[in-house]
Design a protein around this ligand. Sequence first.
Ligand SMILES: Nc1ncnc2c1ncn2[C@@H]1O[C@H](COP(=O)(O)OP(=O)(O)OP(=O)(O)O)[C@@H](O)[C@H]1O
Ligand SMILES: [Mg+2]
Length: 324
Amino acid sequence: MSTPLLEVRNVVRDYTLPRPSLFSRPVALRVLHGVSLTLGAGQSLGIVGESGSGKSTLARTVMALDRPQEGEVRIDGENLYALSRTDLRAARRKFQAIFQDPYGSLDPRHSVRRIISEPMRSLEAGQPGTSRSDRIGEVLDAVGLSPAAADKYPHEFSGGQRQRIAIARALVTRPALIVADEPVSALDVSVQAQVLNLMMDLQERFNLAYLFISHDLGVVRVITDRVAVIHLGRIVEEGPTGEVFDGPRHPYTQALVEAVPKPFAGRRQRGRSAKGHASVAASGAAGAGCPYEPQCPLAQPLCSMEAPALRLLAPEHSAACHFA
Ligand SMILES: Nc1ncnc2c1ncn2[C@@H]1O[C@H](COP(=O)(O)OP(=O)(O)OP(=O)(O)O)[C@@H](O)[C@H]1O
Ligand SMILES: [Mg+2]
């Protein structure tokens, strides 16, 4: 089998919280508990899960911005956290990011030209055969902006246009992977659709792979081939997007999917709702059992004794539940 474009293996990420008092020990908070996933060239993998589940931490880990305590992140087979500084800088050309906030992620003091050329500056040499300004024109054109946009500043654009600028900046190094962390969440619904369409066009045109993070299952359904559901820093279900959303096997995924059509329908009873205190911080000390057991409507005695491993339930579809 050929090497996948992205391979995340058993990533564990702990944060050290401030000491509650001068004399107490520092408290470690485990945010990712051995996360593994793979993504092939030209494919898109969604990561869904509620706020605090570790999605952005995973994105930063994949972007080589947040070193995990354990595990590996491989791009084209190279473990990013084992590379020298120079090799990592060279490898960065292959993966770029788009973030949620097109306001915050573009420096207001810089022209669009400068913003877009930023990833090229940090690489030693430009792409052979193409001058820097040609390349800027090309990526602006690819995202549907005119060449004149290069001389303007972020405040002169709408939210959707700013996200196009962020996408242009991501494209400039001809990456194979784009990590998109809630890229359309800050946009109006009609603008979301335009940006998603653009992302799908670009994916086909440049054979891009997307690691697409969102709490919005509708958006994930549109743009991804496969999806991984993350709960308290663990992947609890993974499979083809349609299959996972239409026939969720893990009770947590079922709760997430059920919550979609009526997000404002008010609190549901008996703690079955997927909404709420799912942040890692709120999860408390981990017992031996399934981390979803306290909220799970299907919980059995076994669930509080033994944590279920992710296991294959159908070709390419796995879930971490004793009773899936
Ligand atoms: N630098 C940090 N130091 C300490 N704790 C952190 C740090 N970054 C994140 N956390 C904690 O890690 C957990 C996961 O955070 P993360 O931002 O990855 O969640 P998320 O799934 O992206 O949430 P959201 O949907 O709100 O963006 C949270 O409990 C958060 O408070
Ligand atoms: Mg986040």
